[in-house]
Design a protein around this ligand. Sequence first.
Ligand SMILES: NC(=O)C1=CN([C@@H]2O[C@H](COP(=O)(O)OP(=O)(O)OC[C@H]3O[C@@H](n4cnc5c(N)ncnc54)[C@H](OP(=O)(O)O)[C@@H]3O)[C@@H](O)[C@H]2O)[C@@H](O)CC1
Ligand SMILES: Nc1ncnc2c1ncn2[C@@H]1O[C@H](COP(=O)(O)OP(=O)(O)O)[C@@H](O)[C@H]1O
Ligand SMILES: [K+]
Length: 493
Amino acid sequence: MKLPDAQQLKAWDAYTIQQEPVSSTDLMERAAMACTGWLLTHFNNREFMIFCGKGNNGGDGLAIARLLLQHGCAVKIFLPQTANPVSADHAVNLLRLREAGGNAVEISTREELPHITQGIIVIDALYGSGMNRPLEGIVADIVNHLNNSEAVVVSIDLPSGMLVHESSVGRLMVKAAYTLSFQVYKLCFMAAANAAFFGRLVVLDIGLHPLFLHQLDTVYSMTTKEKTVSLLKDRDAFSHKGTHGHALLIAGNKGKAGAAILAARACLRTGAGLLTVDAAETIIDILQTAVPEAMTKDRREKAFSNRFSAIGAGPGMGTGKEETDLLTGLLNDTDQPLILDADALTILSVHKQLLEQLPPGTILTPHPKEFDRVFGACSHEFDRWNRAVALSVRYPFVIVLKGHHTLIAWQGKGMFNNTGNAGMAKGGSGDVLTGMLTALLAQGYTAHDAAILGVWLHGLAGDLALMQQQSLESLLPSDLIDSIGAAFNSLRG
Ligand SMILES: NC(=O)C1=CN([C@@H]2O[C@H](COP(=O)(O)OP(=O)(O)OC[C@H]3O[C@@H](n4cnc5c(N)ncnc54)[C@H](OP(=O)(O)O)[C@@H]3O)[C@@H](O)[C@H]2O)[C@@H](O)CC1
Ligand SMILES: Nc1ncnc2c1ncn2[C@@H]1O[C@H](COP(=O)(O)OP(=O)(O)O)[C@@H](O)[C@H]1O
Ligand SMILES: [K+]
């Protein structure tokens, strides 16, 4: 699913109006009906206060106010007096509201701000995707007033003050409990820094023309289940272990045997035919006991063969001289599909010249701190995403920037993942991902396909483990591994 920016959203609106065809007022009515339906389902018999700006977001608010009144709800409507002009559809809906018996109160000073009692549902229809400068004056006063109240705030399309496609860090914006956004996800909803402001996100279908999105070129998109299913390969009934690749994991050191075990088990559960783990001598026995299906190689044996179909390096590997030499040697000698995670990324951050040696299609799986260590400090998430996408043009590798919505950057495009949950915020979840990605590469998936599919399956395994028996608190990375099978089955099912 593509993530359009503010201009593209406006163009989509115009395209729908022209191609469907539908009048802009009717399109606004559709949006308002979708919001009203949601509000009536979730907050029936409650009192509403609606704050409407002068643009089309305010127009939505006025239409919602009329529809709620027609359903017999108690609704108070407020119009902050600002210098910007009234949009045509705002004007139409103000008239319709008045004809329906609604009374909109103009407010221009702080003294006129209404008292917000507990239990009231506040609807924020001040600004949406047309917001183009910091909030000030009476609108800023309203937003502060709402944020200081205990009311449940529902924002229409976007929390007022939030930018669609840029960082809103440091800006004044509405703190919503719910955001009812139209048609598609937007980039701002991928940002952790915005999460406390948009609250629970609901995307409502308002029937914008699908062809526009189909033809649109966007830098950012979101992975869908359909996309992921289309990547999944069948497992040949006549296959044997050699058919599914021989994976090598360079993982585990003293005190970090667990990282190697998690990665190894995840790798095998994701379908690799054979697995060898290169580990520090001190943990070899532990590994052999914990993962009997895997073969091991003592790290002191320097020689590497080219028999591996894919190599994943980093989980609990260590960052000493031995590991640095090993990684440097590997990059000199191999052009096998490669994944670098954790300690391998730390080594990369110290020896940045190695970046130039990564074979095309290498997958890097940094979390934000690791990303900044390798590629320089970023001031906010949008900066980091844009940098990851720019780097994916400069270098032939795939960057898997981990987070709630993990970003997969490849050849100038960024795709956000949409599975996974906060139960996965626990040491070891990333090791599981590395094992899974290594297995997919070993089975012949391209780096980009492996990243999309692996990250989706990893998050889905987390979601399924939650549904089966775990909670956000109790979920363990090992539970992810136990649910990999269910995740594959759910994709195929
Ligand atoms: N497909 C769709 O997208 C659909 C969209 N729909 C709805 O339309 C909304 C977008 O409407 P919109 O373009 O009228 O923009 P909106 O956010 O209401 O306000 C912009 C106005 O405010 C002004 N202004 C801006 N910033 C300001 C500030 N800080 N402080 C003060 N003023 C400020 C700016 O004025 P100017 O820059 O000219 O001074 C402009 O007049 C969208 O979010 C959704 O709710 C649905 O109805 C149907 C389908
Ligand atoms: N709140 C969350 N929502 C979804 N996924 C998450 C969340 N927190 C962590 N994850 C996932 O868990 C993994 C954590 O990776 P990482 O930080 O490298 O952990 P570790 O190095 O301890 O194994 C990533 O794949 C990340 O996307
Ligand atoms: K809004």
